[in-house]
Structure formats: structure tokens, C-alpha cells
Design a protein around this ligand. Structure first.
Ligand code: RFL
Ligand code: PHB
Length: 396
């Protein structure tokens, strides 16, 4: 089997890349370990920054998002029993976020690729990658219990944090940056209308809580928990009690409860992770395969699609003229944005989570910082412009 670009992974990065390449007349095959049903129902991110919305719209896959996505102009910071609205729209000269589930983006991209006769092989596990430093790299994969080989000009490693591509790069090539945090997020999806029109990021003595949503009927909620917690130990009653306590306000804000859906229940450890460079020979890493940010900044999926936009443009130049100037700069170009997002995500995480109960000084510093962001236009503008996403040409 042969194609121009062999893509491993049908998450937002791999699917968007395949779609953008198709628009440039470049052929690709996507190999995905899981079934179509699995990737289309995997509940993950929900916040699209303006760049992502623009990219989906401009490339012709934004129609359902425009109809069903919820445009938010503001976000709330809640601490000390009080809410403080950050008017992102006003502070950024008219930029906003759109709340639309990652799995909905994945569904839209899969349908668009298949309608255009694109090749996505589901339940095809890439086992190993070979000849990365030659002009004919190869992917060995298994489908229907058979070993198969895909040869290509370029491999795009869009296979997420646990994929096969990054570990295949020879030792000594990559510099790894990593930070683990002493907490995790317990996430749930509840069948109940959101209790607020906008997202609420809460800092409470008992830990972080986030009120988000997926639709007018579905609420997405997260609470900070211990990374070693067993999900079985979190009964529905305990989850709701903790959410009520952390999200409570002095004015008596009410959180509406509803049945918790099994598919949305998860515990996610917090980590910041990044490798440099994001390339080795003809292998290019994109999205979570190259970097993971803490979810507090809502940047992971947005970075994944920003990476592949850079990669698609570089590959377009390569196939049109044989030049590799953009491909050679791929990693450097992406890493400006990735490091900015790493910092923003780390900052939001540091400001909004309970670290050490004994460290009262740190707790007071966090409150002082929140107070500053909530009351200073300048500080609020920093949060707003990062949250809605810096424009794609910001570093040009
Ligand atoms: P993905 O989505 O992990 O896709 C990788 C795909 O590769 C497949 N795969 C393989 N296929 C074939 N052969 C192999 N050997 C393979 N190994 C792996 C996998 O099955 C999978 O389908 O990576 P991608 O495309 O880079 O996308 C990254 C995003 O998924 C991720 O960054 C976001 O979900 C992070 N994230 C958030 N990002 C946002 O932008 N906004 C948010 O609001 C947001 N909230 C979140 C989040 C992630 C969370 N969790 C669960 C980690 C909230 C949470 C709780
Ligand atoms: C979500 O809705 O899943 C979500 C929203 C904001 C975040 C993280 C996750 O920062």
C-alpha cells in the first residue's frame, strides 16, 4: 500500500490534516487503532478558540458547528463565594470562543473525508514506523489480524500522547520537558441544562471546579481530585455534594443536578509535556503526540489543529515546488504557539487549583492573583487574549 502522507491517528490532528491535504490535492491514508464509533463518542475537549472556528469554517467543515456550537463572549472566575465576569469579547476587540464538543468536530471531519472518498482505516493499529531518515518511510500496521505495510513520502504522527511515533525517534534526538501535578480532574457529563450561560472556573479551599456544557441539555462538570483516586469511590452523591460546595456563591447560585452519563465519567491526570523538535527525518509529530497541556487553559485540541495547519501548508509547498523551507521550519513555527499555550495553561492551573493545604501563604497569593485578574483590565486582558487564542499570524 502506498500514499503520499501516511497519517497515524484519527483524532482532531490526524483528521484535520487529512482534510487540509485533500484541499491541496495531496493524498493521505489515516490509520486509526480504534473503531469509528469509539472515536466519535470519546468525550474530551469542548472549547474551540477563534482560530479553530475560523479554520473549520474556511475549510468547509464548519456548517454544523455554526448551527449547534454555542458562542461565548465571556467567562466567569469564581472565588471567595463571588463570581467575576471576564468580558473576553470586549477585551480582545471582538474575539470569542465556541463551545462545541471535540467528538462533534471528529464526527464532522470523518463524514467530510469519507464523502470525498478519503481513506480512513479504522481498527488499524500502527505497530512500528521505519526508515524515517530516508525519502520512503514505512508504517507497519495490523488490520483484521493481518500485518500490512504502508509506504509513503512523509509520516504524520498524530497518534496522541500514548502513540507509537514519538517513542520511535532515536534516543538523543528529542529534548523532553515535563511537569506532573499532584492532582487530577474528575469529569462528568450530566443530562441537565447548564446552570449558567457561560463557563465558570472556580477556586475553592476544597479545590478547583469547572462548570462547562455541551449543549442546552447537557452540562459538563469537572472537579479537582487526587490522581490516585478510584472512580468507583466517587458516588454520584459525593460528586454532586462536592460540586455544590465548591461552586456555591454568597448570592445563593443554584446548580441543577441531572443523571450522570457513563460515557463522560473519567479521571484525567494533570501534566505538562513537550518535546523539541517535533520532527525527525520524514516523521512529523502533531498534537498530543508532541505536547500535552493541562486542560485548565482549554488549549489541547486547539494546538493540535494549529500544528496541522502549519504542516499542511509546508507539505503543500513541498509537493508544489520540491522546496523544504517550510517543512524545515515546522517545529520552530509550531513551538512558539505551543510554549505560549504551555505557559498559559500552567498559569491557569497554578492560579485555580489547591496545592498544599498546609501552605496558607500560597493560598493567599492565589487569591491575590485572582483578585487582580478580576479587577484589573490589564490583567483580565492577558487572560482574555490567551483564552480566545492569539491570531495564527501572531509570530510572523
Ligand atoms: P488524540 O485525540 O489523542 O488522537 C490520537 C488518535 O491516535 C490513535 N492512536 C493510534 N492509531 C493507530 N495506531 C496507533 N498505534 C495509535 N496510537 C494512538 C488514538 O486512538 C486516537 O484516536 O490526539 P490529537 O489529535 O493530537 O488531539 C488532541 C486532543 O484530543 C487533546 O489535546 C484535547 O482533548 C485536550 N483537551 C482539551 N483541549 C482543548 O482544546 N479544549 C478543551 O476544552 C480541552 N479539554 C482536554 C480537555 C482533554 C481532556 N482529557 C480527557 C485528556 C478536557 C479533558 C478532560
Ligand atoms: C470542557 O468543556 O470539556 C472544558 C472546558 C474548559 C476547559 C477544559 C474542558 O478548560
Amino acid at each position: 500500500m502506498h500514499t503520499q502522507v501516511g497519517i497515524i491517528g484519527a483524532g482532531p490532528a490526524g483528521l484535520m490534516l487529512s482534510h487540509l491535504l485533500h484541499l491541496e490535492g495531496i493524498k493521505s491514508i489515516v490509520l486509526e487503532d480504534r473503531s469509528r464509533g469509539y472515536v466519535e463518542n470519546r468525550i474530551r475537549a469542548g472549547v474551540l478558540e477563534q482560530n479553530t472556528v475560523d479554520m473549520l469554517t474556511d475549510s468547509g467543515v464548519g456548517e454544523r458547528m455554526k448551527r449547534e456550537g454555542m458562542v461565548h463572549h465571556g467567562v466567569e472566575l469564581r472565588f471567595g463565594g463571588q463570581g467575576h465576569r471576564i468580558d473576553m469579547y470586549e477585551l480582545t476587540g471582538g474575539r470569542a470562543i465556541t463551545v462545541y464538543g471535540q467528538h462533534e468536530v471528529v464526527k464532522d471531519l470523518i463524514r467530510t473525508r469519507l464523502d470525498a472518498d478519503g481513506q480512513i482505516l479504522f481498527e488499524a493499529e500502527a505497530v512500528s514506523v521505519h526508515d524515517l531518515d530516508t525519502s520512503t518511510p514505512k508504517i507497519h500496521f495490523q488490520k483484521d489480524d493481518e500485518d500490512q505495510e504502508l509506504t509513503c513520502d512523509v509520516i504524520a504522527g498524530c497518534d496522541g500522547f500514548h502513540g507509537v511515533c514519538r517513542p520511535s525517534i532515536p534516543e538523543g534526538v528529542l529534548t523532553v520537558y515535563e511537569r506532573k501535578y499532584p492532582f487530577a480532574w474528575l469529569g462528568i457529563l450530566a443530562e441537565t441544562p447548564p446552570s449558567s450561560e457561560e463557563l465558570i472556573y472556580t477556586y475553592h479551599e476544597r479545590g478547583f471546579a469547572l462548570h462547562s456544557m455541551r449543549s442546552p441539555e447537557l452540562t459538563r462538570l469537572y472537579i479537582q481530585c487526587d490522581p490516585d483516586d478510584d472512580i468507583q469511590d466517587w458516588s454520584d452523591e459525593r460528586i454532586w455534594e462536592e460540586l455544590h460546595t465548591r461552586l456555591a456563591t454568597e448570592e445563593g447560585w443554584a446548580l441543577t443536578e441531572g443523571p450522570i452519563l457513563e460515557e463522560g465519567r473519567s479521571i484525567t491526570p494533570m501534566r505538562s509535556f513537550l518535546v523539541e523538535p517535533m520532527q525527525y527525518g520524514r516523521l512529523f509529530l502533531a498534537g498530543d503526540a508532541a505536547h500535552v497541556v493541562t486542560p485548565t487553559g482549554a488549549k489541547g485540541m486547539n494546538l493540535a489543529v494549529a500544528d496541522v495547519r502549519v504542516l499542511a501548508q509546508a507539505l503543500a509547498e513541498f509537493y508544489e515546488s520540491g522546496r523544504t523551507s517550510l517543512l524545515d521550519r515546522y517545529s520552530e513555527t509550531c513551538l512558539h504557539r505551543v510554549w505560549r499555550a504551555q505557559h498559559f495553561s500552567w498559569w491557569m492551573t497554578s492560579m485555580l487549583h489547591r496545592f498544599d493545604d498546609e501552605d496558607v501563604f500560597r493560598h493567599r497569593l492565589q487569591l491575590a492573583e485572582l483578585d487582580y485578574v478580576a479587577s484589573s483590565q490589564t490583567a483580565a486582558a492577558t487572560l482574555a487574549e490567551n483564552y480566545v487564542g492569539l491570531p495564527m499570524d501572531y509570530w510572523d
